[in-house]
Design a protein around this ligand. Structure first.
Ligand code: PLP
Length: 444
């Protein structure tokens, strides 16, 4: 490849736009065509937990492929068994013993929705058809996951294709309640679920789904300590299942194995992806308790797999990634470096375009606005976060762009857990400069 930019339209960008070429990824860096080196502060799409380019993982992948290229998902292979054993032994919250694998997060959430629906159909409660979600949440790009999600930009124009499920507001204290005419009051807290259940008729609801720490849609928003225990209690009181979407925040990202571990809450269904294989292989997962699965197996029903579900190579890679996380004590590292990153980002809160810095562990975000006092976002046409990301790339740091109105422009941090204190300094200093660059460009 000799060009530094390639047009991949229509799959990326638009007419006349082109994509920068990345030649290699290594450690915490990307090597771009032309020799430019970029620090991966976003960890790609907040996924590269163990860093890039580990030879031992490539070797595991090659060996797994040579051993069992493809085997239909219902059969056991050495790599599948090893992954499930490691997950059950070292990772999964108590009681979550059932595992199902997919090729990524969207497929995993989609499968979780099928699982909870099948649970109630098999249990003789077919009237439970709704899954309550949260506004400004992202659960994937399949039609079913768009229906329980609330990322309006990603749902735009697609509504006729999916079933839209009821939503409650996501926890988002920054602008609460003044700027949300339609969303004031207790429904902002976990009590919003009670209101929604009473409104919808609890007997029609199968489950509630949410991200324990909101992902890139709102930007690493962490709820108060009583939020998740209360949601758990409400689900139990009303007899509905609790689905935790930990595709982004799971597998160590927040400084604990799973984000819900911070609050000692065990969901009925836990969904993972991204960090499970750290970007080395496409794999997502659904974990559930025996109680969730029992009615389905008792009725002789099955939850359909995808052709690539539990691909042996992907399972072998995930097993290795989980082993590395423990061997190198990377979750502890994510916790301590995350705290440092948080402290350093908080210093940016005096910047005129920084509304809020927030997050947990190495899942962090900075919300950007035109006017800090009024919390007024930049105009949509300004494409402010895209300009910040472009400026960051030029200066040698990649920030993962996020945001959804009114948190329109959010710079997300999800670096590999192997970063150093120097990298933290480089990321934060570069973000500040990139915000200034972008603001200058918007001002014209
Ligand atoms: C919380 C959450 N759920 C689901 C998904 C979808 O996962 P994937 O993009 O792997 O399909 C994402 C992706 O960003 C996510 O952050």
């Amino acid at each position: 490849m000799d060009s530094q930019r390639v047009s991949l339209y229509p799959f990326l960008g638009g007419p006349g736009r082109s994509a920068p070429v990345i030649e290699r990824t290594e450690g915490v860096h990307w090597q771009m065509a032309g020799g430019h080196r970029v620090l991966d502060a976003g960890g790609g799409a907040i996924i590269a937990n163990v860093g890039h380019g580990r030879e031992e993982i490539a070797e595991v992948a090659a060996a797994a492929m040579a051993r069992t290229t493809y085997v239909v998902p219902p059969f056991a292979t050495e790599d599948r068994v090893a992954l499930v054993e490691r997950l059950r032994r070292d990772w999964l919250p108590e009681g979550l013993t059932r595992c199902m694998f997919t090729s990524g997060g969207s497929e995993a959430v989609d499968s979780a929705l099928r699982l909870v629906r099948q649970h109630f159909v098999s249990a003789g409660q077919p009237e439970r058809v709704k899954v309550i979600g949260r506004h400004r949440a992202y659960h994937g790009a399949t039609l079913a996951t768009l229906g329980v999600g609330g990322h309006e930009k990603r749902r735009k124009g697609l509504a006729p294709l999916f079933v839209d499920h009821p939503k409650i507001p996501a926890w988002y204290p920054l602008r609460r309640p003044a700027s949300f005419d339609d969303e004031v009051g207790p429904q902002h807290s976990a009590e919003g679920l009670v209101e929604a259940l009473e409104r919808e008729g609890p007997e029609t609801v199968a489950a509630f789904i949410a991200e324990p720490v909101a992902g890139s849609t709102l930007g690493a928003v962490v709820p108060p300590d009583d939020y998740w225990p209360r949601l758990r209690q409400i689900c139990d009181d009303y007899g509905i299942l609790l689905i935790a979407d930990e595709v982004m925040c799971g597998f160590g990202r927040t400084g604990r194995r799973f984000a819900l571990d911070h609050w000692d809450v065990v969901p009925d269904v836990l969904v993972g992806g991204k960090g499970l294989a750290g970007g080395y292989a496409p794999i997502g997962a659904v974990f559930a308790s025996e109680r969730v699965v029992a009615p389905i197996t008792e009725a002789g029903d099955e939850v359909m797999f995808f052709t690539y579900s539990a691909h042996p190579m992907a399972c072998a890679v995930a097993e290795k990634v989980l082993e590395i996380l423990d061997r190198e004590k990377l979750i502890e590292r994510a916790a301590s470096l995350g705290e440092q990153l948080g402290k350093r980002l908080a210093q940016l809160e005096t910047h005129p375009h920084v509304a809020h810095a927030r997050g947990l562990g190495l899942m962090r975000a900075v919300e950007l606005v035109e006017d800090r006092e009024a919390l007024k976002p930049f105009p949509k046409e300004a494409g402010f976060i895209s300009k910040v990301v472009a400026a960051g790339l030029g200066r040698g740091v990649f920030f993962y762009p996020g945001g959804c109105d009114p948190a329109r422009d959010v710079a997300c941090f999800g670096p590999p857990f192997i970063i150093t204190e120097d990298h933290i300094e480089e990321m934060v200093a570069t973000l500040e400069l990139s915000i200034d660059d972008a603001a200058e460009r918007v001002a014209g």
